[in-house]
Design a protein around this ligand. Structure first.
Ligand SMILES: [Fe+2]
Ligand SMILES: [Fe+2]
Ligand SMILES: [Fe+2]
Ligand SMILES: [Fe+2]
Length: 408
């Protein structure tokens, strides 16, 4: 189905403002919600937050009052969209339960993007960080059982496996080794640009969430785990953010942001199982089309560029889809757990020289104990085993199999 957002009428931005009761939506029910609905809410909140942060940065970089005013109007609406989306999260969903949702997003979004990414360089970037967020899910799931006595699968619905990935303590890299090379804006496949913008927004939201919620606990191991994993999310935002071509103008970037929001709301509504939430995705899709028109008008007026010159003729055929990616994750686990980075390159750990800055960095941050290891140890002590949800059999890497469960 060909869908060209530039040919759609959409809703005019002036008509998009909503009142307080419209923003204060009824949340979903935590125990009944489709796990992938929770995941869609988390993703789209992150997408709106990125659109807002980007717009604030843009207005600080321009002296054009018309652009500032148009940005202010669209941004006010983006803020309202963010409220509607994020307020779907219920108050009885604890920050740790939301966190498990964040890592489920990271796993199944990243895996899906990697499976559909045409550029091998970008696919490698996705595969690389996939194994790290996959490990975070396992660490937080153990924290969840340790301090709350509950199983993460109640939230993930067994749609995503819970088992070690690249162990978190090994993910701590020297900052220089998190910077990647970028795609070229003139030659990049439009789908790749959308993929990168989406994962940057998702990782940034995760980083911000842990920055703010890491102090919600009394237990030192919980506070430590959030501090540690929050630093990896900082690495991920650096890693993915450096894939974007920095040479796109601010106005072009604005157009790409609106276009990506359109692509994602259009994607979310295809699969949404909750009819009330589906209506939100439909409404927001209509709003984003109106916002794209404003951004496109500014691009035309101030840069003399037609939006159609920089946008694909139609949306990608395939919507971004949340579905189980268990086989894919297992394949990447088997092949890439040993990968590290050396500058912009990916290398097996055994190829790093003994004096590589990776090891020095590891020694500095891991001196004195590592919360992501400690949480497993404490949960094993408390429950006589650690928490895993391996629905597809024993771990593909022998060294990462659970000794308590025996070897398959
Ligand atoms: Fe938006
Ligand atoms: Fe993560
Ligand atoms: Fe991440
Ligand atoms: Fe927007």
């Amino acid at each position: 189905m060909a869908f060209d957002p530039l040919q759609q009428k959409g809703m005019a931005v002036e008509d998009q403002l909503r009142n307080w009761s419209e923003l204060n939506v009824e949340p979903y029910a935590k125990r009944d919600v489709d796990p992938f609905t929770r995941v869609r809410v988390i993703l789209m909140n992150g997408i709106e937050v990125e659109s807002i942060l980007f717009s604030h940065q843009f207005q600080r970089m321009t002296d054009n009052i018309e652009i500032k005013q148009k940005l202010a109007l669209s941004r006010r609406v983006e803020q309202q969209q963010q409220k509607v989306v994020n307020w779907l999260n219920p108050g009885d969903q604890t920050p740790l339960e939301t966190t498990i949702g964040y890592e489920q997003v990271a796993v199944d979004l990243t895996a899906w993007l990697a499976r559909n990414e045409p550029d091998p360089m970008l696919k490698q970037a996705l595969d690389f960080a996939l194994l790290e967020d996959f490990d975070h899910l396992y660490r937080y799931a153990n924290l969840y059982e340790l301090i709350g006595g509950r199983h993460a699968a109640e939230l993930t619905g067994h749609l995503t496996e819970v088992t070690p990935g690249r162990p978190t303590f090994l993910e701590h890299r020297h900052p220089y080794d998190d910077v990647r090379g970028h795609y070229e804006t003139h030659t990049v496949d439009p789908l790749s640009r959308l993929h990168v913008m989406t994962i940057v927004a998702a990782e940034q939201q995760t980083m911000n969430f842990y920055m703010n919620h890491g102090t919600d606990w009394m237990e030192p191991v919980a506070r430590g785990l959030y501090a540690e994993i929050a630093q990896i999310e900082e690495q991920h935002v650096t890693h993915y953010g450096s894939l974007l071509d920095p040479l796109d103008s601010w106005l072009k970037q604005l157009v790409f942001h609106e276009y990506n929001e359109i692509y994602l709301y259009w994607s979310m509504l295809q699969q949404e199982s909750d009819p009330r939430i589906k209506q939100i995705w439909e409404l927001h899709l209509d709003m984003e089309i109106g916002q794209l028109q404003v951004a496109g008008d500014l691009l035309r007026k101030y840069e003399g560029v037609e939006p159609a010159e920089i946008l694909p003729r139609e949306l990608p055929d395939t919507p971004v889809t949340f579905e189980p990616n268990k086989d894919y994750v297992r394949t990447v686990l088997a092949e890439q757990t040993d990968l590290r980075t050396d500058g912009v390159r990916y290398v097996p750990v055994q190829d790093l020289a003994a004096d590589h800055r990776y090891f020095a960095y590891q020694q500095t941050v891991n001196a004195g104990g590592v919360p992501s290891e400690q949480v497993i140890k404490e949960n094993r002590t408390k429950h006589g085993r650690e928490y895993r949800d391996e629905t597809e059999g024993p771990h593909p890497i022998v060294e990462l199999r659970d000794p308590e469960h025996g070897v398959g």
